[in-house]
Design a protein. Structure first.
Length: 368
């Protein structure tokens, strides 16, 4: 008659209430401490934790094709000791240890903390002495020669080469023109506090601001409105800023008015001139010029000359400010013009010792 051997069992995931030393039991439940596991009572007695010795839980881990990585299963290599892939999660590391005799240090490989997409690095098939690895941007690696020299070039002079790793590349400025400084792996190139430019300086743009308190210019003639060569639309001149009240900026200057081609002095204009001077602007008025005028021909038009007593003109002038009504002018050498009043009716003009005079007497002398 066949004999049946039974062991303790439970439908849950825990152990039976009492498991004696050497006694077997099996739990049919999934997961937990003993689910799908075969255990034997502890050698130290039934009151101690049973020891797990097998069960379906472990057999399921082995139930897959050798050489294939299978989730929640053991690693089983194929007949050639191969496995298709190994995955290390959460920046898991592949550690390559040094020889045991030398210690326990290792070299580790791991992924970055954040990777935007899957990337596979493919190693080159052969190695080349002295070469370094390079990628094509898609993960394919190849060996390339490491650059040993670097060619440098500039706007002038011949190209030069420096040895990478041994030579020092120096950025050198020029006295009073360019200065260079290096700090914290950075090279700063700029202008010194005082700048001297030996050649010509061309500044392009719409605004050039000079904050100097003193400006020395060797050029005897300043060129203004150089862009006015195809038309006559710009006023030409200069102006300055002042504030006599402490609360209102005003402008005064000298300019050639493009509308009438005349040079004008102005003052008290409350708007800064732009390409033209607004002669109808708030506060605009004609400024006063104190100077000696000299010209071979001067025309005073459009008004009167005021503020003086006698207008003395050295050549061809009268030298007096009033004349006798109906008087007759006559010269007096280098002195002012003289005036004699018109004579009485019937009188005639004659020379009285060289001075013009009037008389009605004829003494019978000789006339010619």
């Amino acid at each position: 008659m066949a004999q049946t051997i039974q062991i303790k069992r439970t439908t849950g995931t825990g152990k039976p209430t009492s498991v004696a030393q050497g006694e077997l039991f099996y739990a049919y439940g999934d997961n937990g401490t003993y689910g799908k596991r075969l255990a034997i009572g502890n050698e130290s007695g039934g009151g101690n934790t049973p020891e797990i010795i097998g069960g379906k839980h472990f057999m399921d881990m082995l139930d897959h094709t050798p050489g294939n990585l299978t989730a929640s299963s053991a690693l089983i290599t194929d007949a050639s000791s191969f496995i298709d892939e190994i995955r290390l999660k959460a920046q898991g590391e592949l550690k390559l240890y040094e020889a045991t005799a030398n210690g326990t240090h290792y070299i580790s490989l791991k992924s970055p903390a954040s990777v935007t997409s899957d990337l596979t690095y493919t190693l080159p098939a052969t190695a080349t002495n002295g070469y370094v690895l390079s990628t094509n941007g898609s993960g394919v690696l190849s060996w390339i020669a490491q650059a040993s020299t670097l060619t440098i070039a500039a706007d002038s002079g011949s190209n030069d080469t420096i040895a990478v790793g041994t030579d020092t590349l120096t950025f050198e400025g020029t006295a009073n023109e360019i200065e260079t400084t290096v700090s914290n792996n950075k090279i700063n190139i700029g202008l010194p506090t005082n700048v001297t430019i030996s050649g010509n300086l061309t500044v392009s743009g719409t605004t050039t601001t000079v904050s100097s308190t003193t400006v020395n210019v060797a050029d005897s003639m300043l060129a203004l409105a150089t862009g006015n060569n195809s038309s006559d639309a710009l006023d030409i001149g200069f102006y300055g800023l002042y504030d006599t009240s402490g609360s209102q900026d005003e402008y005064s200057g000298l300019f050639r008015d493009a509308t009438d081609e005349k040079w004008k002095l102005f003052k008290d204009n409350q708007a800064a001139p732009t390409t033209t001077v607004d002669t109808s602007g708030t506060g605009y008025s004609v400024a006063t010029l104190i100077a000696n005028l000299e010209s071979s021909s001067v025309a005073i038009t459009g008004g009167t000359v005021t503020g003086i007593t006698d207008l003395v003109v050295a050549d061809g002038g009268t030298g007096v400010s009033t004349f006798t009504s109906n008087g007759i002018l006559y010269g007096n050498g280098a002195n002012a013009v003289q005036v004699t009043a018109a004579g009485t009716d019937g009188y005639f003009l004659y020379s009285n010792s060289g001075t013009p005079a009037w008389t009605n007497s004829i003494d019978g002398g000789t006339y010619s």
